[in-house]
Design a protein around this ligand. Sequence first.
Ligand SMILES: NC(=O)c1ccc[n+]([C@@H]2O[C@H](COP(=O)([O-])OP(=O)(O)OC[C@H]3O[C@@H](n4cnc5c(N)ncnc54)[C@H](OP(=O)(O)O)[C@@H]3O)[C@@H](O)[C@H]2O)c1
Length: 292
Amino acid sequence: MDVLVTGGTGYVGHHVVARLLEDGDRVIGLARHPERVRDMACDLIAGDVADPSSLRGTIPAGAAIVHLVAIMRPRGAQTFDRVIAEGTRAVVAAARAADAARIVYVSAVGARANGSTPYFRAKWAAEEAVRGSGLPYVILRPSFVFGPDDEVFNTFVRMLRWAPVLPVMGDGRYEIQPVAIWDLAAVVAKAVRPGPWDGREYDLVGPQAMSFDVAMKALMTASGRRRPLLHLPLAAARLQASLLPKITARAPITRDQLTMLLEGSTGDPGPLVRDFGIVPTGFAEGLARYLG
Ligand SMILES: NC(=O)c1ccc[n+]([C@@H]2O[C@H](COP(=O)([O-])OP(=O)(O)OC[C@H]3O[C@@H](n4cnc5c(N)ncnc54)[C@H](OP(=O)(O)O)[C@@H]3O)[C@@H](O)[C@H]2O)c1
């Protein structure tokens, strides 16, 4: 079938596109600057979700849409509201105009109307646009996504090579439930077709929640490098997260990202297993596949 993937040039997008192509779908990626992209396996079409007129005619009639576009940090005109909330409304309008078959929206654990950060609130507004689209839809809410090329965990893996300690924000007891990128891609590849998932919303999480400390210890085991954990007092972590992003775009974490991290990111994989028949890969087992 025809599938348009927004955000196809991103981390998750690359894996989703590869998986859809493997399944024999005809995939088109929406990209702001297709001419700059060298490593996509699918055709690309130009479109910026923050500019609704640029979406006109980009969606093949009757196609399924996988909507992945998001930002983690606002920059200039790329605000959470414009890209995530307004951008999703624009994608929904374009999808309706193209009589799209369905929308699979990748949101995030923590998205809710009174979410703790502008990112979570924008994600909720985007979900609302998808729910109100009048089109068949599936909403997937991942926790942290891990894999050979993820940003978060691989930063720690790289750090293990040279740093004498592994820094952890706060007490490290807040929980995460990482989902493997290949499981996420497999779920999306199913969700583009009709199924029991229609009109439903799923936590896209690993089999069990674990503290951040436990996740760091799993990384050490998989990469064969043990380091003491250095717990950064929260006051220092907050100061760093407030100041560094003002100085450099490469700051490790923003204040909002710290808030979301401390809040925890867990969910119930039960409905996912039931409806998609996918048993999510455990974190340690998944890491061993590419770090071992
Ligand atoms: N990675 C995770 O751990 C994780 C966890 C939970 C939820 N998610 C969700 O999963 C989705 C994909 O995340 P990701 O990690 O793959 O993010 P990513 O690597 O940052 O990719 C984001 C994509 O959005 C595109 N984009 C940004 N602004 C755009 C705009 N105005 N118009 C069109 N495209 C635009 C980017 O394209 P350009 O090349 O043009 O910038 C890129 O392809 C997001 O919705 C994210 O919230 C991810």
